[in-house]
Design a protein around this ligand. Structure first.
Ligand SMILES: C[S@@+](CC[C@H](N)C(=O)[O-])C[C@H]1O[C@@H](n2cnc3c(N)ncnc32)[C@H](O)[C@@H]1O
Length: 382
């Protein structure tokens, strides 16, 4: 089976292994309630941080001694490794076919791909394999390497299989659909002629944007060449024209005022606070007058959770190779957008549209870390 026309093949044996991983992950999400119970029973009443400001780190020390949390965290890591192991096997089995498809499609493509082998990936993307995905985002071995893209795509699909809320289905497109709902609500009638998706990865959430604005030229940029080759193949298979370009979102090299809509979707929390500010500033630089910038992020803001909630929101930072999540959880995205020169800036939570398309934008504070919403900061260039 394939979950879109150009996905890796998943035969029945592989599917059952992937379904097991998805079910295992889902069970673990549900068992996370046990961490709250353990915290309340063993730690909450006794917990006194040594000094103001170190609450999260002090709690981390306590939690790391707590048996339920240790066992649960260890299983979470095992489930993640199992996911990459089984997706990796399936992708290896399809690697030759994907490379052949990529070689043969270039002439008839509706979209395009432009790679820049001289581009240096920023340290925050190469110093760790983000999400512990083997090889990371920037891995690239030859001109027909699509491995990182296929691996991320299949891993994302497994992730979605195991999620009950906030899921984007096997196309993993909930963020793009949420962003489109946000545009319709905040900027009704907005019709961009040129769109840029910064940190597009395999285009999961670039494709829905391009499809929603078919009159526009849509460009997706990322640092990973193997991600972009796969993104190009995938978008062509889905029949949606996108131009994928290998570029750094902090300094894209595009001309000033050359886009009407510039977005990033769950990119900033995988960078550093300085890089996030640079990316938001770059989005403003690229906007034409009247253009819109939207930065969509994980729905966790430190100011809206107690120390225990914050600690759990940062689980992926501590134990799953996402070292910069706190930059967004503690950061001031709205302040960065204003400092970048965006106007009419608003920050809040946008509901992931349901089956009926209903969605709403809620000013903060509103989310308690709910995975049925995304955090969004948006503004205009005047
Ligand atoms: C979690 S993925 C998000 C993918 C996509 N935006 C989505 O929502 O489906 C983050 C992506 O951002 C990319 N990225 C991070 N920093 C970047 C930078 N400075 N320039 C280009 N891409 C970047 C990574 O390579 C990765 O593919």
């Amino acid at each position: 089976m394939r979950f879109h026309p150009e996905s890796p093949d998943v035969d029945p044996a592989a599917l059952s292994r992937l379904r097991f991983v998805a079910a295992f992950k889902k069970e673990l999400y549900q068992l996370s309630a046990g961490n709250t119970a353990a915290y309340r029973a063993d730690i909450a009443t006794l917990f006194v941080p040594e000094s103001a400001g170190n609450e999260r780190e002090a709690l981390r020390e306590q939690m790391e001694r707590q048996p339920y949390f240790r066992g649960w965290s260890s299983l979470m890591r095992s489930a993640q490794d199992l996911m990459w192991h089984h997706t990796g096997r399936a992708v290896q089995d399809s690697a030759e076919r994907l490379a052949t498809r990529f070689r043969s499609m270039s002439n008839q493509a509706k979209g395009a791909i432009t790679l820049n082998p001289a581009l240096e990936a920023p340290g925050y993307l190469v110093d760790v394999d983000v999400h512990r995905m083997p090889g990371g985002y920037a891995a690239d071995t030859d001109d027909y390497d699509l491995y990182a893209g296929a691996l991320y795509d299949l891993g994302g699909a497994v992730y979605q299989l195991g999620m009950s809320s906030g899921a984007g289905g096997l196309l993993n497109d909930a963020r793009g659909r949420t962003l489109i709902a946000h545009l319709a609500e905040r900027f009704p009638g907005f019709a961009p002629a040129r769109i840029l998706d910064m940190g597009c990865n395999v285009g999961h959430n670039t494709v829905p944007l391009a499809a929603a604005f078919p009159q526009a030229e849509t460009v997706g940029i990322d640092i990973g060449a193997a991600l972009l080759r796969y993104a190009h193949l995938r978008a062509e298979g889905l029949g949606v024209p996108v131009h994928f370009i290998q570029a750094d979102a902090e300094r894209t090299g595009f001309e000033d005022a050359s886009f009407d809509l510039v977005v990033s979707q769950i990119v900033l929390h995988e960078t550093t606070p300085q890089a996030a500010a640079n990316i938001i500033r770059e989005s403003r630089r690229l906007l034409r007058r009247g253009g819109v910038a939207v930065h969509l992020e994980i729905p966790f803001q430190a100011s809206e959770g107690d120390t225990f909630q914050q600690f759990m929101w940062l689980w992926e930072q501590y134990y799953n190779a996402e070292p910069n999540i706190a930059g967004v959880v503690d950061g001031d995205l709205s302040g960065m957008a204003v400092a970048a020169g965006l106007e009419d800036v608003r920050i809040g939570y946008q509901d992931i549209p349901g089956a009926d398309g209903a969605s709403g934008f809620h000013a903060r504070p509103r989310s308690a870390g709910s995975l049925s919403q995304w955090l969004i900061v948006s503004g205009r260039a005047s």
